[in-house]
Design a protein. Structure first.
Length: 239
């Protein structure tokens, strides 16, 4: 099975401090569902930033959609990022836009017709139970409502890769189950999904999902042993 993302011996440090992530070697298979499990402060958000191309590693190689991105020119990254949906832990909604316009943003950037945008956004807001809040701006939405808008925005374009950082952390259990079902349906359509959480119970709600456990800046399998690295990655030749 081909991989959407591939890490080989990746390390990350901020400034001159110690590495917060070290010797990460793994692959995200195309169409897989992955749960990144780790306690608060384990480095899950830093690892996700590497996956969705917001951060470059200090060392090692990363391949995304068959592109070696570690040394890829900065101007080439936006095209890859448009294939990735991200649910941020702090939402990152555009404050002056309504819930409707925040969710519509990826479709409008992609140049979709406005009648198509309206149809898809209204359907998505109904799914996350925000039909009556579509004209509200983020400042007057609750944390749970903002989380649902953030999820809707991330999945509206049916991305090739979806990365979600604690996506159920601010919502009630019933809505959490609904959003997890949405992720599962998206996964069935071929989207590769990575969900980061500190809640081990979440894994039991995603049958068939694979688990990446992060501790001490290193990945291990559920039994605690270090994961075996994949076959050596060879950077693609420049075109």
């Amino acid at each position: 099975m081909s991989s959407v993302v591939r890490f080989e011996n990746v390390g990350l440090r901020y400034g001159t401090g110690a590495e917060v992530l070290r010797d990460l070697s793994f692959a995200l298979d195309r169409g897989s569902m992955q749960v990144l499990l780790g306690s608060s402060g384990a480095g899950k958000t830093s690892l996700l930033k590497l996956i969705y191309l917001a951060q470059r590693p200090t060392r090692g190689f990363i391949s995304t959609f068959d592109e070696e991105v570690t040394s890829l020119p900065r101007e080439a990254l936006p095209a890859l990022r448009r294939r990735i949906g991200v649910v941020f832990q702090d939402f990152r909604l555009v404050p002056h836009l309504s819930a409707f316009d925040n969710v519509a943003l990826p479709l409008r950037i992609a140049g979709r017709p406005e009648d198509e945008v309206r149809e898809h956004v209204e359907e998505m807001l109904e799914w996350v139970s925000l039909t009556d809040r579509m004209s509200a701006r983020p400042a007057i939405l609750s944390g749970g409502e903002q989380q649902r808008v953030a999820v809707a925005r991330a999945v509206i374009g049916r991305p090739d890769l979806l990365v979600a950082d604690e996506p159920t952390g601010n919502i009630d259990p019933e809505m959490a189950d609904r959003l997890l079902h949405l992720f599962q349906e998206l996964n069935k359509l071929g989207t590769t999904i990575v969900i980061a959480t500190h809640d081990a119970h979440l894994v039991s709600q995603l049958p068939g999902a694979k688990m990446l456990r992060l501790a001490g800046g290193t990945l291990s399998d559920p039994t605690g042993s270090v994961r075996a690295p994949p076959a050596p990655f060879r950077p693609l030749r420049p075109r």
